[in-house]
Design a protein around this ligand. Sequence first.
Ligand code: 8DG
Ligand code: MG
Ligand code: MG
Length: 149
Amino acid sequence: GATGDPVATPKVAVVVYLLKGNTVLLGRRRSAVGNSSFALPGGNLEFGESFEECAAREVKEETGLDIEAIELLTVTNNLLIEGPKPLHYVTIFMRSSLANPDQLPQNLEPEKCHGWDWYDWDILPQPLFSPLEKMVHSGFNPFPNTHLD
Ligand code: 8DG
Ligand code: MG
Ligand code: MG
């Protein structure tokens, strides 16, 4: 197809809606892909990992936080053309909560992120990383028991 590269292959990412009250954990990216945009913690699925294992590992590596109640929410297909070469990610979106609600996020990969903070779902920062922006724009809500009146 028009976007096809015979050498490049799609990759799998696992990213986490880490929820606390009505807030979600976001970090501003330092990356060739989506630089300066706000994104969920997450990264590449490693060989042999479950989605839950990858979610817990990436959150721990990037923020130091321990998570629990890790659940699959949905999957999206993302072509990221903003970087030096196009990337194609199949992105697995998980939901989780903090194992210990008193634990604070640390910026453990400062070369990849400006820092982590909790953001009210109704007042999200801008700009959001494109795969996340696409979901929010579609009306997706990661919170359980959300009822629409
Ligand atoms: P790793 O070496 O730790 O495995 O990778 P990383 O450095 O943590 O990778 P990443 O860029 O944070 O995540 C991998 C890809 O996941 C990213 O390039 C595109 C895709 N992705 C989405 N949405 C999101 C999101 O909200 N946050 C993050 N971190 N990645 C996302 O499609
Ligand atoms: Mg990572
Ligand atoms: Mg990451």
